[in-house]
Design a protein around this ligand. Sequence first.
Ligand SMILES: [Fe+2]
Ligand SMILES: [Fe+2]
Length: 190
Amino acid sequence: MVYVWLMMEMDAVDYLATVFFDIPDAPFDLHHDLARHLWDESRHSQFGYRQLPKLGVDLMTVEHSLDLYNILVQMPPHERYAMMTMEFEAGSFPTKATVMDRIRELNDFEADTLLAFDRNDEQNHVRYGHRWLPEIMTLCGEKRPVEEFVKATQARFVEFAALYGNKTPHALSPERRLTGNKIRTLVGLS
Ligand SMILES: [Fe+2]
Ligand SMILES: [Fe+2]
């Protein structure tokens, strides 16, 4: 399930790429850090799709959720970037810590290492957020203080999720797609 979770980070590549594309006038240093951020997310996804076949998962049965992408692309680039860095990434560390503690009990060096890379990268992404969100806000004509803007954006996201969430259908039938129960069967739990 951890590797499915990592593989799903492909959606971060999808929506971060749109921020990149939507601010063509950004300074080179900003684009440079966004490019690094994109590369990190594609590596996190790769951690998943590289490991899953080793555990007997057919990648053609793993669906990619387009839900978050579909909500975020309705928002302007500075709001998208704020949600990504100040909400999803900044808020991911407590859950990651719990998962990493449990994974450590499995004595799986590779899993520990991949998750440590992921956490390290995510800490950098939050740092990028603090560095670049004010610049992206300026590029988009946003004049409110950062904190006020982030709070307002979090509230707007809830509205947008209600409007645009749950609109992307499954790509595979229930028989075909990988489910939680099928993972349990694969690892011999049911
Ligand atoms: Fe990531
Ligand atoms: Fe990230």
